[in-house]
Design a binder for this molecule. Sequence first.
Ligand code: OXD
Ligand code: MN
Length: 601
Amino acid sequence: MANDQSMTKNQKLIDWVNEWAKICQPDSVYWVDGSEAEDKKLFDQMVASGMAVKLDEKKRPNSYYFQSDPSDVARVEDRTYICTPKKEDAGPTNNWADPAEMKTLMLGKYKGCMKGRTMYVIPYSMGPLGSTIAHIGIELTDSPYVVVNMRTMTRMGKAVLDVLGNGEFVPCVHTVGAPLAPGQKDKAWPCAPIEEKYITHFPVTKEIWSYGSGYGGNALLGKKCFALRIASYMAKQDGWLAEHMLILGLTNPEGKTKYIAAAFPSACGKTNLAMLIPTIPGWTVKCVGDDIAWMKYGKDGQLYAINPEAGFFGVAPFTSMETNPNAMLSCKSDTIYTNVGLTPDKDIWWDGIGVDCPEGTITWKGEKYTKGSDVQVAHPNARFTARANNCPAIDPAWEDPAGVPISAILFGGRRPSTVPLVYEARDWNHGTFMGSVVGSEVTAAAIGLKAGVRRDPFAMLPFCGYNMADYFGHWIKVGAAAPDKNKLPKIFNVNWFRKDNTGRWLWPGFGENSRVLAWVFDRCDGKAKGIETPIGLIPEAKDINVQGLKVTAEDLKELLNVDKNLWKDEVVLIKEHYARFGDRLPKELAAELEKLEKNLA
Ligand code: OXD
Ligand code: MN
């Protein structure tokens, strides 16, 4: 079996790779060097085998198209496990399994799982190479699709091994779970049936074991598995924060820049906000990251953030030159498209892209689209994997190993009523309370839940690697440990999704959200006023610039309104949400809730 280990002298790493090669029994082991030549070779192989289609070189330079198996289209939360020795350490919001039992079960599955395939060894860094905030992982995988995606989403290859030296790494094992018998023809997208997929985390020993899926967060283990689930646990141990947050740089007309991190549940427009083009004159937004932020105090006592990723794994449908030109330009070249439509001239198409679907487009399931047919052309979770460096709005400091100083943290979700357009926390603990009750309205039809508010604390519900109540407590601790309380980021809650009682959107959203960001900026700059309300500080109406918008003075009043009765109902819902955490809920948050209730009385 070919297994050239000459790229490293790290014996622990070599032994670990050899141990897994024995278990998985691949035909060969290949150490990924991260070079362009290697990348091209892998794509050529995938095109030759029918797994990938090369897109038109003029329209989509250096870009490739993939269709997944219909059963393998998204993260699988009910197949995702946090394996801590004690169940209560995983908490009420995670699937738990005993680590030893899970390992026995999965080792049975891993035995011989890579037969007929190559095992790739991917050294990768989450964060700029050598940054003191960055961490290194090694992913073993039998999927060449994973290798090429990891090349865009992380810094990977030989350079990472050079930085690693004999140091520690997070070991990550991934297989599509589809061994090949001698002579057996491979599928275009091999994977295991849904009930055999396992996305498993062992936070205490910092290990990730993933079986049976080739898609996104299930398979690109640097992203959700490492940079959020394992990293959130590491962050708790070491006093930092690993968060499901975008990072943007906002510059005012005087040329002053402040950095903002923002957490919204999946599908609430994080990528759009991260790349927003302000509509108010003189302001600019630059993107540092669209999904994950790792934050640590710097020597100056300020909280600094890095984007641990190197690319965007963006949802394609409804991305257009109208809604997010910077995302469209980011995926113009050097991009991997998965589960979008493939047009007859070898371009891509999805709903909301801004043009009609060309006749003869191949759907994500391989059917042919004809005008008037009601086939689904792109899957709603179709993705583009694009390089951050190709984003026209990328921030000049996005790869600064020291990170960028964070002035403000935003939380938010889809809340048609109750929650105002923007309000500010009185202090860190109040901000932690705001993060702990983040929620989005759901309709019963959408995800088979009771209609109401689905709580997604800190937008971390599927991504917190330990007991969520302890995670709340960690946030409280991080605030208390601030070297200088005056330098702590200010915390805000925003809501772009308010409706009036006829169901009309009150706020236009997208680039117009810059009008709210400007108030946030001015608050951090000590300029704008905040008006006390029972829930926190809101802007004076005159400080939200609505010039040129259809938003009337009445609309703005409604957008900033804090209706005590609706908030009393909200308190009932928050109590229900908090009850899940029992007596593990930090007393500081119980006190915040009590304060809110008193303020509303
Ligand atoms: C993502 C998600 O894919 O949050 O980023 O689901
Ligand atoms: Mn996300």
